[in-house]
Design a protein around this ligand. Structure first.
Ligand SMILES: Cc1ncc(COP(=O)(O)O)c(C=O)c1O
Length: 384
């Protein structure tokens, strides 16, 4: 006889299938709203865990296979091809899987694209773009062409006056901490557009061919931490004079097919599983529809409850990271406790901004947003 709160595994051997029993029903143990590393599809976790024990029936663990052996070379090739397919990239675009996180891209981008006497245009839209700006200044001149600092990073710039002589224009498409997102991408005619898409890549349809370089740490929509995806137009490379260390030279990584040194084998494999899942679900178009539905539900609910506040301007609100606060901070602890009791995790705002943040990455189902919405309404009713 099951009691309320009993842990039950609904399907033997399936990751993320631990549910708890509640009055005749089963509910998942956790609803994962983490900002990153964030939620991954259960099927991906399941297949990844199997590959650790026996990779494709080879009798070896994926962790024991040489990266230059055929089974892993096939993984790398399929992952690259799927990125191209899902983003509908032109054939000349190169897809790389590198290490060092998006943070390394903050310096690798200017090292490869910004000459000592050159000027790169940057938009300052939050914590992540500020970090990118700081690193670029090590390599050349930076022109901050639009900044939202004065507004406390609660909106995205209305215009981007970028000079045609800039080496490139850098944007952060989604500011994970501030909860802002570029709705209209400031595509350029003359200047390569470089984008940090760490927290919204594959979440919406964009004209990915209009970017000179895209980088994204995988640990939100693309897979696990430990690998960073780079999509680059090779025509923008090789234009700076400086000596670039091999491990930081995009051209060498292209030449070696992301195997200049040992790649993060396991992380690349989980990226492949995530990309396969993405394709099976219907691709980026379907993700965009789902993310619109999820974020509409959450924003509309929060906006309808007077005790909560949405600090971000409506036209700049992120569909990936929904940031909200309480008008009476005294109630925050109680709200956190109610979330915890409902199995909601990862809802606490970033330590630099406080409040709350619900991340709605691709793998998060609408039903989980509904759970949060029910908690918000219930809390308001009891404490309003
Ligand atoms: C938009 C954005 N850029 C960069 C980073 C840094 O990524 P990493 O930790 O992979 O260096 C993050 C991390 O959350 C991010 O959200």
């Amino acid at each position: 006889m099951k009691k309320n709160g009993d842990r039950v595994r609904l399907k033997e051997g399936v990751v993320n299938s631990i549910y708890y029993y509640k009055s005749g029903n089963f509910a998942p143990m956790v609803y994962n709203f983490n900002a990153g590393p964030g939620i991954l599809p259960p099927a991906v976790l399941e297949q990844a865990s199997q590959a650790v024990l026996d990779f494709n029936g080879s009798g070896f663990s994926l962790l024991e296979i040489g990266h230059r052996e055929a089974p892993f070379v096939a993984v790398m090739e399929e992952a690259r091809a799927l990125v191209k397919e899902l983003m509908q990239l032109q054939s000349n675009r190169e897809v790389l899987f590198l290490q060092g996180g998006a943070t390394m891209q903050f310096m690798q981008v200017p090292m490869n694209l910004l000459g000592e006497d050159g000027v790169a245009a940057y938009t300052d839209t939050g914590t992540w773009s500020s970090k990118a700006i700081k690193e670029a200044k090590v390599f050349g001149h930076v022109d901050v062409v639009a900044s939202e600092k004065e507004n406390g990073y609660t909106s995205m710039p209305a215009s981007v006056p970028c000079s045609d002589t800039s080496a490139y224009l850098h944007i952060t498409t989604n500011e994970t901490i501030a909860g802002t997102q570029w709705q209209q991408i400031p595509y350029q005619q003359q200047v390569p557009l470089v984008a940090d898409m760490s927290s919204d890549v594959f979440s919406r349809q964009l004209d990915f061919n209009r970017f000179g370089l895209i980088y994204a740490g995988a640990q939100k929509n693309t897979g696990p931490a430990g690998v960073t995806m780079v999509v680059v137009d090779p025509d923008i490379l090789g234009k700076v004079q400086r000596n670039i260390p091999s491990i930081l030279d995009y051209r060498l990584h292209i030449k070696e097919g992301s195997m200049l040194n040992t790649p993060p084998v396991f992380a690349v494999y989980v990226v492949l599983l995530t990309l396969r899942w993405l394709k099976n679900e219907g691709g980026v178009q379907v993700m965009e529809q789902r993310n619109q539905q999820k974020s509409d539900l959450l924003y509309n609910t929060i906006a309808s409850i007077p005790m909560f506040h949405l600090p971000v301007a409506p036209h700049s609100r992120s569909k990936m990271n929904v940031v909200f606060t309480m008008k009476d901070p005294e109630l925050e602890k109680r709200f956190m406790q109610q979330c915890k009791d409902a199995g909601i995790v990862g809802i606490k705002g970033h330590r630099s901004v406080g409040g709350f943040r619900a991340s709605l990455y691709n793998a998060l189902p609408l039903s989980h947003v509904q759970v949060l919405v029910d908690v918000l309404r219930d809390f308001a009713q009891k404490n309003g």
